[in-house]
Write a protein that binds this ligand. Structure first.
Ligand SMILES: [Fe+2]
Length: 160
């Protein structure tokens, strides 16, 4: 029994694509850091890539629970050219801000449709975005605090 509106199913499937994109984009950041010799940062972004897959799967399970069809669209990672460790963080911030806006729009779509189930489900993702942005803000702070001690920042990113 699918009680979800087609518009909600479509919007959740679009979000599935965004999570997939985020995972591929983080994978790219991880490989770029690995090539540049920053193993801690590579590990951090690898973990972020795996987290995005978990998010994708949570949205897929949500649709499946309501007998709606979950589809992973074909997506490409956001293009990223490595210039510095700091730029990878800024790339991640940009990515997370876009996802945060998209989750907000999705939440509003559910709200406008009086779809309490979807709003409730999205609450977890709203909190998760807050945590992701807060963590990136902390890393940005390390660049101000440690300046050019990139090995320290790399090490600390690997410990997160
Ligand atoms: Fe996500």
């Amino acid at each position: 029994m699918n009680i979800l509106l087609d518009s909600i199913v479509q919007a959740v499937n679009d979000q599935i694509g965004r999570e997939q994109t985020a995972s591929l984009s983080y994978k790219g950041l991880s490989m770029a850091c690995d090539r540049a010799g920053f193993q801690g940062a590579a590990k951090y972004f690898e973990k972020a890539s795996a987290d995005e897959i978990k998010h994708r799967d949570m949205f897929m399970k949500y649709l499946t629970d309501f007998d709606a069809i979950a589809i992973v669209p074909t997506v490409s990672p956001k293009p990223f050219v490595y210039t510095s460790l700091y730029d990878t963080i800024e790339g991640a911030v940009e990515l997370e801000l876009e996802v945060t806006m998209a989750i907000g729009t999705l939440w509003y779509t559910a709200f406008a449709a009086s779809d309490a189930q979807t709003m409730q489900m999205l609450g977890w993702f709203v909190d998760e975005q807050t945590k992701s942005l807060a963590e990136l803000r902390i890393i940005e702070g390390w660049f101000k605090a440690y300046g050019d001690k990139l090995d320290t920042i790399d090490h600390d990113m690997g410990e997160l």
